[in-house]
Design a protein around this ligand. Structure first.
Ligand code: PEP
Ligand code: MN
Length: 647
């Protein structure tokens, strides 16, 4: 329990509070955190918090079983998202910080910035003041180095993070850096913490090599108590008896700290391991354990590095690591954050589509209630804060994009267990002005959700989208007595339970199949999670936008990478070999077909349209030539869009 005392509290009131707590069996510790005087009380004495709050001189009381309050999840259950310029750290994204150990020259930091940005880092790291174990080792370029770094960050559109080693330097560095790093050796330099915290800038707080988790969180408490809101915790290995690696990465600290605190946790695999070849495997393990990001040392020529060369990755190794993280991210329900382009083509999209600025241009439409899987997909593609419009059907998503009330939309097209969502394939035909600009695969983990107190035995009715039932077929087969009721989406099945609260007794009998986010959104309980027939359950969503001419503009947050996948629809003449002729064109040009699906043409019984996904080859002109050839062999031909394939 923590008591924050009123400013200017009388010493006699302070004494009364001490006596009050000690009489009730609490041991107390008094401290000054920033501007606030605090009494931390531990014990199990009988005490009414409201009564405590009324004692003269008590500003507020927080019931916490921990010695820290501001960093604790008990007092702030939601994840904190730390913002550093355009970059967000925490929530459903994985953010990569990369750069050299030390800034060595303007050319070196510029070259590194270009390389790591190209691979997908969103922030640039680098030390201008280096706390080196030996006084004879390179100590950094100081303020000059920081100026070079700022220039590199600006040139490549990345905010920068650099270590501050003393309270005096903090003030000088304030306007040059976007984020301060407090190094492992300074984690308990409380004067430094207080000074840096008071500057209100984001802070990356490394864990001390011998610090316990509690000590680390108390250091973060110093920062928050001194005024900053934005603290990212960084596990960078602790000292153990093992000497093979530089330090020992405390991987279990990641889920532990994420449970104890709402602050984002990232990992520094470079200082943890200290051996280049071992950095990437450990980095992947950190992501698998739930880290919100990484800070990695990368050098264009590690052999020439003035500090920490042996642990710095070659640029190609960093590139490979990012690709691996991209593949791993969906397994842990996250998305790798990419640096958005600096221009906002989303705004341009809205303007161009309607000839006037649109309020809806920046909104993204999805079908379903809050907590729907489509909303999760949207968050992964556009970020947690993306303005969104929820509509009641897939068709309404297409309508919203067409009439400009949304700049883009997210709709599911297929599931790895239950197959295609034909309704959306058919909608592309009805809406020729809508194109595909992106795709995303979301891991679907279904839960059985009901009111608190409901048991599996008491359930009579289960509600979900037909896909929810199809993907949980094996689980449902164990309960043949359950009556299944179909809803337009999984989240509205959950919402229906809450909305029927008025009917007494009815609720204990109803459950829904949906994602955990929907249970959270509507305050219901997850009775059983992971009930899908196979854990390799992914839904592929596509991002749609309105075409201008024959191109659909790509919202800026999807990045500007060259498309490597395309979707087409066509019908072929009703004669032998006509489909073969089309496939032959693809085969001849070496174009890989990743999906082929046929759908009946409405009003023309026994005639079919073919939906085709292909990979776009790197060689320029090959794909365009194949499309031109296909047009000569098909009847109706529609190019749905080209985009970056999601792994
Ligand atoms: C660094 O990140 O450059 C550094 C010195 O790390 P640590 O403080 O974790 O040793
Ligand atoms: Mn280093």
């Amino acid at each position: 329990m923590i008591l924050v005392l009123s400013k200017g509290i009388a010493s006699h009131d302070r004494e009364m509070i001490r006596i009050y707590l000690q009489d009730r069996g609490f041991s107390i510790r008094e401290q000054q955190l920033g501007n606030e005087a605090i009494i931390g009380a531990t014990g199990k004495g009988p005490v009414d918090l409201r009564e405590l709050g009324l004692l003269p001189g008590v500003e507020r009381v927080a019931a916490t079983s921990k010695p820290y309050e501001l960093v604790s999840r008990e007092t702030h259950p939601e994840d904190t998202i730390v913002t550093v310029g355009p970059v967000k750290i925490g929530g459903s994204r994985i953010s990569l910080i990369a750069g050299p150990c030390a800034v060595e020259s303007k050319a070196q930091i510029m070259e590194t910035a270009a390389l790591v940005r190209e691979s997908g880092a969103v922030m640039l790291r680098g030390g201008a003041y280096k706390p080196r174990t030996s006084p004879y080792a390179f100590q950094g370029l100081g303020m000059k180095g920081l100026e070079y770094m700022k220039a590199a960050g600006e040139a490549y559109g990345m905010p920068i993070v650099t270590e501050v080693v003393s309270p005096e330097l903090a003030l000088q560095m304030k306007d040059l850096t976007d984020m301060f790093q407090i190094g492992a050796r300074n984690m308990q330099n409380f004067e430094l913490l207080k000074k840096v915290g008071s500057l209100g800038k984001p802070v990356l707080l490394k864990r001390g090599p011998s610090a316990t988790i509690e000590e680390w969180l108390l250091s973060a408490e110093y920062l928050l108590a001194s005024g900053t809101q934005d603290v990212v915790l960084c596990e960078r290995g602790i000292r153990t008896f093992e000497t093979y690696t530089r330090n020992t990465l405390d991987i279990s600290a990641i889920p532990v700290v994420k449970g104890l605190s709402h602050l984002p946790v990232i990992v520094d695999p470079s200082h943890a391991v200290g051996i280049r070849a071992k950095v990437s495997p450990v980095a992947l393990a950190a992501i698998a354990a739930g880290a919100d990001g990484l800070t990695v040392e990368v050098h264009p020529r590690p052999d020439e590095a003035l500090s920490d060369g042996p642990q710095s990755l070659y640029p190609e190794q960093f590139e490979r690591l990012l690709r691996d993280i991209e593949a791993l991210a969906p397994v842990v329900g996250k998305e790798l954050l990419r640096t958005p382009r600096l221009d906002s083509s989303c705004v341009t999209l809205g303007k161009a589509a309607q000839g006037k600025p649109l309020e809806g241009a920046l909104k993204v439409a999805f079908s379903g209630e809050s907590g729907a899987y489509a909303e999760q997909a949207l968050i992964r593609a556009f970020g947690e804060e993306a303005p969104r419009v929820s509509v009641s059907s897939f068709r309404a998503v297409f309508d919203a994009v067409l009439d400009g009330s949304a700049g883009a939309g997210v709709v599911p097209v297929e599931n790895s267990l239950a197959g295609s969502i034909h309704e959306n394939y058919d909608l592309f035909l009805r809406y020729p002005d809508i194109g595909i600009v992106g795709e995303l695969k979301l891991r679907i983990l279904h839960c059985l959700i009901a009111e608190e107190g409901t048991t599996l035995e008491s359930i009579r009715i289960v509600r979900s989208h037909p896909q929810g039932f199809a993907q949980c077929r094996d689980f449902l087969n164990h309960y043949p007595q359950w009556q299944l009721e179909t809803y337009t989406n999984t989240a509205s099945a959950v919402a229906s339970i809450v909305r029927e609260k008025a009917v007494p007794g009815a609720l204990a009998r109803v459950a829904a199949i949906a994602g955990e986010a929907a249970a959270k959104e509507f305050g219901l309980k997850v009775l059983k999670s992971g009930i899908e027939t196979n854990p390799l359950n992914y839904t592929r969503f596509v991002i749609i936008s309105r075409r201008i001419g024959d191109k659909a503009p790509v919202p800026s947050s999807l990045g500007s990478d060259t498309p490597n996948k395309a979707s087409l629809v066509f019908s072929v003449p009703d004669k032998p070999g006509s489909l073969f002729a089309c496939l032959h064109i693809l085969s001849e040009k070496g174009i890989n077909l990743s999906k082929l699906e046929s759908r009946p043409i409405q009003g023309q019984p026994w005639r079919y349209l073919f939906y085709v996904d292909v990979n776009i080859p790197d060689t320029e002109g090959v794909f365009e030539a194949a499309i031109a050839a296909l047009k000569t062999k098909t009847e109706d031909f529609r190019f749905l869009g080209s985009y970056r394939a999601s792994l």
